[in-house]
Structure formats: C-alpha cells, structure tokens
Design a protein around this ligand. Structure first.
Ligand SMILES: [Zn+2]
Ligand SMILES: [Zn+2]
Length: 144
C-alpha cells in the first residue's frame, strides 16, 4: 500500500529532475567495490523503489546509462556527471541515491556487502556480508 508522499530529486546541476512517490522498499548503505569505484565515494546510501514509483519530470534525454553487469544499470546526468539512480532489473527495483532526494527522511535499515567495506560504520544496524537472501545473497550477518 502506498501513501501519497512525493519527494523531489535532481542531479547536481538540476537538468534532470524526478520524483519518487510512496515509501521505499528498503534503505541502507552499500559497501561494494562496484559502488565505490563508480561513485568515487567510500559508501553508497541507497533507497530502493519499485520502478513505477520513480518518474523523471525533466531532462530525461540527458540521462546516460552504463551497465558493467546485468544486475545494475547505473545512470547519471550527461550535463554535470551527477549520479541519479541504478536500475536493478533482476530485482525490479530502482536504487535512487539517498543524496539526490534530500527531502526524503533517510532511515537506513541495513548495511550490505559489508565484507568489502573500507569505511566500517558502527551504528548498531545489521551488517550483511553480501545481499539479503531474497535478493540472491547469503543473508549472512557480520560483526561491525
Ligand atoms: Zn546534471
Ligand atoms: Zn554496491
């Protein structure tokens, strides 16, 4: 069940504008090396949404995509290079980077791919070695 909350997001320069509606299916932090190399940041704060919850309202023609694997299609703005989202077609979810939707209350619930971390975060949240079982991982937890 989705409530009517809509949050506005954009890229760094504002050319690409979008909205997300409802509540995310999950929020947390990814510590994998793919996210790290692509984002040039140590950790990726993610929010996962069903595709129908994400609507590009401006600048759709400026969105570029790169996929190193069939699991993740990473998208950014061609004008500023700012990152937007990653489409996970196998999971039927879109990861909208938490940083691009500042009005969404970010309530992380889990750390994933923690076995690859370069920035351990001792916040008491569950630390999964890779992914949850329902997303094809082992679901195994690790110590902080
Ligand atoms: Zn931009
Ligand atoms: Zn990742």
């Amino acid at each position: 069940m989705s409530n009517g909350n809509t949050y506005k997001g954009s890229c760094f320069c504002g050319t690409v504008q979008f909205t997300v509606t409802g509540e995310p299916a999950g929020m947390g932090y990814c510590h994998c090396s793919d996210c790290r190399l692509w984002s040039a940041g140590p950790v990726n704060a993610f929010t996962l949404w069903p595709p129908e919850a994400v609507k590009v309202t401006q600048g759709a023609d400026k969105i570029r995509t790169y996929n190193k694997s069939p699991r993740s299609y990473r998208k950014w703005c061609a004008t500023c290079g700012g990152h937007l989202f990653t489409d996970h077609p196998e999971w039927k979810l879109i990861d909208v980077y938490a940083a691009t939707i500042p009005s969404l209350p970010f309530r992380p619930g889990v750390h994933v791919n923690y076995q690859e971390t370069v920035l351990p975060i001792k916040d008491g949240l569950p630390k999964l070695k890779d992914f949850p079982k329902e997303l094809g991982g082992t679901g195994e937890a690790m110590a902080e």
